[in-house]
Design a binder for this molecule. Structure first.
Ligand code: HEM
Length: 171
């Protein structure tokens, strides 16, 4: 990109190297007034700063935002709501004695389960969700339809009883 802009300058087309940030830097690199001219290192440093300050920050913000949205959604509406453990034989678990054949339902926030039988998609599922969400957001803006009725029901998973009606608008 820099080379392309520099070619414009060396071809005598200083004014068409762009009025964006990179264009201003390249112009400053070829500034007639020596006191205002900047070095190649300056250009590289400015580009690195701009990349880090402008890209990395928003990138991380978006990553946290998506993670929080996904975690909060999993907390409020965990798809696998009920996680049951059946005791196969009597066992002492720390200070608890668990009798044979009792069902133990846990109601804390562990959306992917835990222990030896933790969800095999534990790492994959949030990535899949982020990719799907990114692909939708790249192409559409959307709002909830006035027809939507909020009614989560438990039917093996927690699901919207009447579906979720969404109005998509192509971007
Ligand atoms: C948001 C999405 C998902 C949620 C909330 C979820 C949740 C769960 C839960 C609660 C369990 C039971 C864990 C336990 O008993 O401790 C489980 C098991 C399992 N999940 Fe998922 N899961 C999701 C996505 C996936 C995906 C994408 C895959 C496959 C690519 C997957 C594969 C499995 C498998 C194979 C088991 C059985 C593991 C075993 O018994 O050893 N899950 N999941």
């Amino acid at each position: 990109m820099v080379t392309k802009r520099e070619e414009m300058v060396t071809n005598g087309d200083l004014d068409s190297c762009g009025s964006d940030f990179l264009g201003l830097l390249v112009k400053a690199r070829y500034e007639d007034d020596e006191s205002k001219r900047i070095s190649v290192d300056n250009v590289v440093d400015e580009c690195k700063t701009f990349y880090l300050a402008g890209h990395e920050t928003c990138d991380i913000l978006l990553t946290w935002a998506m993670t929080m949205i996904i975690n909060e959604t999993l907390r409020l509406y965990p798809p696998a709501f009920e996680m049951m453990r059946k005791v196969d034989k009597e066992v002492q678990l720390g200070k608890f004695r668990l009798a044979k054949a009792t069902n133990n339902v846990q109601s804390v926030h562990i959306p992917f389960g835990m222990g030896a039988r933790i969800c095999a998609g534990y790492n994959f599922a949030p990535i899949l969700t982020k990719i799907a969400l990114s692909m939708i957001l790249q192409r559409y803006a959307f709002t909830l339809s006035p027809a939507y009725v909020h009614s989560p029901i438990y039917a093996f998973t927690i699901r919207p009883q009447f579906g979720v009606q969404v109005i998509f608008q192509a971007l």
